[in-house]
Ligand binder design. Structure first.
Ligand SMILES: Cc1ncc(COP(=O)(O)O)c(C=O)c1O
Length: 386
């Protein structure tokens, strides 16, 4: 990104950085290059592209765009959020120690504990909302702290500035999974983080029509290592999926504004509903970290969890929803509602869920951008079933 581009606003960069008209035809939409290889003029002479696992022009454009939105020096995209997280972890080696939030998306500890621990990496899980716990967990071989804020589904925040301060004093890198907030509402690199990861499957794509992941870097060495991992391990994003994100991201700013408006309204409705026994949403003034939320994020987003009291109650209401769709995932234009204990956090097991406070009665909602009155009346009639 040039200095001039840096001065431009978020929505302008989302629409224009990496999304310049095609120099050959003037097409305003970035072309999709569905090719596996590139013709070379003579031995060692090519136009910068040799083989599509290594690089692809559509992918280059997306990587430029996402780096700009997170304020990084560059980014690398992968076939899914998990492939991006796996790429980060494989930048380290056997014997290295990683500190993680104790309430991460369930797939992340599954990868760490059931795959990477077999290769000699060590993982410790702490409540990263308490910076002292992070500091106490740092060992001589600690290389990275991996944080999700807000967490899924409990919506607990971690203070990124405080964490990066203690970690950098001990030469430990901080990586933030920014999937829930998107770069529109939270800029971890500006708060000191070393890398940001996203499941682009969620808000960045925004239309529930493709998987993807991205790692945004602050240092050239990180970018080189990750580009090497794209080439060496091959979990790259296809040109078509890259294009879907390039298209989706053009409306990120307006979508996030609407998600946030709808999220606040739905959280307020749930907080006042007599059948709802608790609401987890950083935008509510009684959220324990509401002040940190106001300081660290520029909006509260549309991820909300609430307590129905039991598995039976959760099931009764989830069977009744009509505008909201009972489905895993989040961040699309459509409202998705899910049951963490049996869906996203099934792999954590009953003891693991109990430890972090995920109950069988908890329901998570990713509020979409439909008319908010329709979302609220759907929830209202579904809650009547309890
Ligand atoms: C916060 C978070 N990070 C990472 C992932 C994994 O992303 P993907 O499903 O694209 O592999 C998810 C998926 O739900 C998620 O919610």
């Amino acid at each position: 990104m040039t200095a001039k581009e840096k001065e431009k606003g978020f929505a302008t960069r989302a629409i224009h950085v990496g999304q310049e008209p095609d120099p050959l035809t003037g097409a305003v939409s970035v072309p999709i290059y569905p090719t596996s290889t590139y013709v070379q003029e003579e031995i060692g002479k090519n136009r910068g592209y040799e083989y599509a696992r290594v690089s692809n022009p559509t992918r280059d454009r997306l990587e430029e765009n996402l780096a700009s939105l997170e304020g990084g020096i560059g980014s690398t995209v992968f076939a899914s959020g998990m492939a991006a997280i796996n790429a980060i972890a494989t930048m380290f080696k056997s014997g290295d120690h990683v500190i993680c939030g104790h309430n991460l998306y369930g797939g992340t500890p599954r990868l760490f504990n059931q795959v990477l621990a077999n290769f000699g990496m060590e993982f410790t899980y702490v409540d990263t909302s308490d910076v002292n716990k992070v500091e106490r967990a740092i060992r001589k071989n600690t290389r990275m702290v991996f944080v999700e804020t807000p967490t899924n589904p409990l919506m607990a925040l971690s203070d990124l500035q405080a964490i990066t301060k203690v970690c950098h004093a001990r030469k430990v890198e901080v990586v933030v999974d920014n999937t829930f907030m998107s770069p529109y509402f939270q800029q971890p690199l500006a708060l000191g983080a070393d890398m940001v990861v996203h499941s682009t499957t969620k808000f960045l794509n925004g239309h529930s029509d493709g998987l993807g992941g991205v790692v945004v870097c602050t240092k050239k060495e990180q970018l080189e290592k990750l580009a090497f991992l794209q080439k060496a391990a091959g979990a790259i994003l296809s040109p078509f999926e890259c294009w879907l994100i390039l298209r989706g991201v053009k409306t990120l700013a307006v979508r996030m504004e609407q998600h946030d408006r709808n999220g606040r309204a739905v959280a307020g409705f749930l907080a006042n509903h007599k059948k709802v026994r608790g609401v987890f949403y950083p935008g509510l003034s009684d959220h324990p970290q509401h002040e940190l939320a106001k300081r660290q994020m520029s909006g509260f987003g549309s991820m909300i969890s609430f307590e129905t009291g039991s598995l039976k109650n959760a099931n009764k209401m989830l069977r009744k929803v009509r505008v909201c769709s009972l489905a895993e995932s989040l961040g699309g234009v459509e409202t998705l509602i899910s049951h963490p204990a049996t869906m996203t956090h099934a792999a954590v097991g009953p003891d693991g869920r109990k430890k972090i406070g995920i109950t069988d009665g908890m329901v998570r909602i990713s509020v979409g951008v439909e008319d908010v009155d329709d979302i609220i009346s759907d929830l209202d009639q579904a809650l009547d079933a309890i």
